[in-house]
Unconditional design. Structure first.
Lengths: 501, 239
């Protein structure tokens, strides 16, 4: 109170003529915003606790509720926005590092929205995907430089290990612990049905999900939680996590209070102990050391699966990617500054890293120039929001895209950005059993399948429009893209022309 | 089975080891990396110098190196034993969750970083000589013992031992007057109960390398444990 008081960010508007005091809102809100007043016989609300997750709004049977942004504001100041001032109040009262969830809300340029896609007109025919075959399948992994023939003249088909996806999308790393059991179950089931992959994140693999192994990427991060031979052998690829777009350069710390039950079992650490992932892998201080970790994993699984190295998009990303491509990694994953997270220090999330579009274009260009583009596949993430973002990414040079926030939205996430509280009313980012069961994996996986199926159709339509009938022919095909309202330098980095050129 | 590693690269050598039914002796080992990575149930004796990441992800069995080994011995090891008659390089036992690493000689930097423990798994690392800086950084479980048997006039451990320690236990066979410890650890002298615990860890070590356990235990030991009142954490405020 007093100097520390911050007026609630949201207001609960209850239409008294519609409210029947059924108390659904009260039961649905883990933040305990709504309560019934017996004296007055009406529902009331404590707006200080509201996070605008819209759960009550969605479930109110009489549509009596809406949440609006409070207009109680500090005096307008372009240099000192409301949010900046309140962050100072929070830190002055607590002495704490600001902690946020999901991708940055800051208005960084979204280059996807400044790039337009080509279509065939007159000079070459477009293709109707409903009538003609259209290939969206991609294989990720190291490709051979040339065709080899054996002594009998026949082609030698020995390929380094590959992963095959029905469409150029994978569900990005989200750990069991940051996500609920049902959220993981939804992702795993959907990946299996779609013929794509999901990623365990660094929380280990729950014993119930080993059956989805062929559709699983297992992650090895600096804390090595849950990493053992059965785990390494369980998936169809292993990802070494160096960095994440939302928090490049820092480690992770899951407090002991969250290490309970299944979470403790899958991470293989005792209940109640802190799970600390150091900022770097302390066995990797150089590209040579990275090569050592890549090959130690390859040896451990006898070269049976591709190794992915995931990094955050940072300033010298092209040079870093070149190093990774030479480290023996089969796939490079790059995560941009707008990428999501279950919890990250606000300042790092909002200020460290670079947009994925620029990183992708720079990396693809550099690897081509050095003649090593086919040594690796390139997977990018960090806010891929639609089928057109995917098509643009592929035309800029990606082999496939990682999606996470889009997948969570399909599961019911309303992007209220309070995952770190553990009180997700949609049953996604929580371990509270009462909340977890709100997400039904049958429905969740179905919704993910719906989303991906729709995107796949759209990707085929877009490709058909360009007169392209295979993802392979779209990859790195920057002639299919034009910039709108971009500077010379931005166009140069993206390697595309301006619209009209 | 006898494997002459002289002309082999690490891939060939590991293939040869995989084909051994249970045990093998490797001669002329000359820096081959990743030996026995992820394997279990093999008893391997190595003559020569194995390269980095010896026994990474090791899941059981025994690796005995008659001389010295290089960096990243037993990285993310889960079970089994690695016995080194000579010295080891840096980052031994990184994130190991189970099994034991016994080193007769000295260990390099960053030994036992992020060592963990889980249920019946409690990793043990014993260093007969000295250890470098950052010993047991981020230690989350298990036991690290450093004995400094050969150069008692020198410092038993380098800088920053136990920084970020939040689990497990460390025993240093020294009064550690010349060692600076970080504030997240509780430093005390070993009592009778500690000595009893130490004995259980050291019996096998002394047996293998031929030391008198009474002589070793007669010396002063310093014990390090995490300070639960001063945990390794950042204070956050929800934003």
């Amino acid at each position: 109170m007093g100097v520390d008081f911050i007026y609630p960010e949201f207001e609960v508007i209850r239409n008294e003529s519609r409210c029947i005091a059924c108390r659904v809102c009260e039961r649905q809100c883990a933040n305990e915003v709504h309560f019934f007043s017996p004296e007055r016989g009406i529902m009331m609300s404590d707006e200080t606790k509201c996070v605008d997750c819209q759960r009550c709004v969605s479930l109110c049977p009489t549509r009596a509720l809406k949440i609006i942004r409070s207009d109680c504001a500090l005096r307008e100041n372009a240099n000192w926005p409301d949010s900046t001032i309140k962050e100072i109040y929070r830190q002055a009262s607590s002495g704490g590092v600001l902690l946020s969830s999901m991708g940055t809300p800051k208005a960084y340029p979204v280059y996807w929205d400044k790039i337009v896609i080509n279509a065939s007109q007159v000079t070459n025919p477009s293709i109707d995907p409903l009538r003609e075959p259209m290939e969206t399948r991609v294989t990720l992994g190291k490709k051979p430089d040339k065709i080899r023939r054996g002594e009998d003249g026949r082609i030698v088909y020995e390929l380094p290990p590959q992963i095959s996806l029905s469409m150029p999308i994978l569900f990005s790393a989200m750990s069991y612990g940051s996500l609920s059991y049902n959220a993981h179950a939804s992702l795993a089931r959907a990946a299996e049905e779609l013929g794509i992959l999901y990623n365990t994140g660094e929380g280990g693999l729950h014993e119930d999900f080993y059956c989805y192994g062929p559709n699983t990427i297992v992650q090895v991060a600096s804390g090595r939680f849950g990493v053992h031979m059965d785990y390494l052998k369980a998936g169809s690829a292993i990802e070494i996590k160096i960095g994440q777009g939302a928090k490049p350069g820092i480690g992770g710390h899951l407090p002991g209070t969250k290490i309970v039950g299944d979470i403790s079992r899958t991470r293989m650490i005792p209940e109640g102990t802190d799970a600390i992932s150091p900022a770097p892998h302390h066995d990797i201080y150089s590209i040579e050391d990275l090569r050592q970790l890549v090959f130690s994993l390859k040896e451990a699984i006898n070269y049976s699966k591709p190794i992915i190295v995931k990094v955050a998009a940072v300033h010298n990303i092209a040079a870093i990617a070149s190093g990774i491509a030479r480290s023996g990694a089969d796939i490079i994953a790059i995560d941009g500054i707008r990428g999501g997270t279950g919890a990250a220090p606000t300042r790092i999330r909002d200020n460290v890293g670079i947009p994925i579009e620029l990183a992708l274009a720079a990396v693809d260009q550099r690897l081509r120039e050095e003649g090593i583009r086919n040594n690796v596949s390139l997977v990018i993430g960090g806010s891929v929001r639609s089928s057109t973002d995917v098509v643009k990414a592929i035309a800029l040079g990606a082999d496939a895209c990682y999606i996470a926030t889009s997948a969570l939205l399909a599961l019911g996430c309303h992007l209220c950005r309070t995952c770190h509280t553990g009180k997700c009313n949609w049953g996604i980012a929580t371990q509270n059993p009462e909340l977890v069961k709100r997400l039904n994996p049958d429905i969740g996986s179905k919704r993910l399948v719906n989303l991906m199926t729709a995107w796949r159709h759209e990707i085929m339509e877009l490709m058909g429009g360009m007169g392209i009938n295979s993802i392979e022919a779209l990859r790195g095909n920057r002639l299919m893209l034009r910039g709108v309202g971009l500077t010379e330098k931005e166009l140069e980095i993206l390697g595309i022309s301006h619209a009209g050129e | 089975m006898l494997i002459n590693a002289g002309e082999m690269d690490h891939k060939k050598l590991n293939d040869a080891i995989r084909h051994c039914s249970s045990g093998c002796t490797i001669t002329d080992c000359c820096g081959q990396r990743f030996i026995a990575a992820g394997m279990d149930g093999k008893d391997i004796k190595i003559h020569g110098v194995p390269g980095n990441a010896l026994g990474a992800y090791l899941n059981g069995g025994t690796i005995e190196v008659m001389g010295s080994a290089q960096d990243a011995v037993g990285d993310t090891m889960n079970d089994g034993a690695i016995l080194i008659h000579g010295n080891i390089g840096d980052v031994a036992g990184y994130a190991m969750r189970g099994g034991k690493i016994f080193v007769n000689g000295d260990a390099g930097y960053r030994t036992g970083i992020n060592m963990k423990a889980y249920q019946d798994k409690k990793p043990l690392m014993v260093i007969g000589g000295k250890a470098g800086s950052f010993l047991g950084e981020y230690q989350a479980g298990g036991v690290i013992i450093v004995l400094n048997l050969f150069t008692p006039q020198e410092k038993i451990v380098g800088y920053f031992p136990g920084t970020g320690m939040h689990g497990g236990k460390m025993f240093l066979r020294s009064e550690c007057r010349d060692v600076v410890f970080p504030k997240q650890v509780v430093v005390r002298s070993a009592d009778e109960a500690d000595k009893k615990e130490l004995r259980s860890y050291l019996v096998e070590f002394c047996d293998i390398f031929g030391y008198d356990i009474e002589y070793i235990l007669s010396h002063h030991f310093t014990v390090l444990t995490p300070d639960t009142n001063n945990p390794y954490r950042q204070l956050y405020v929800a934003n």
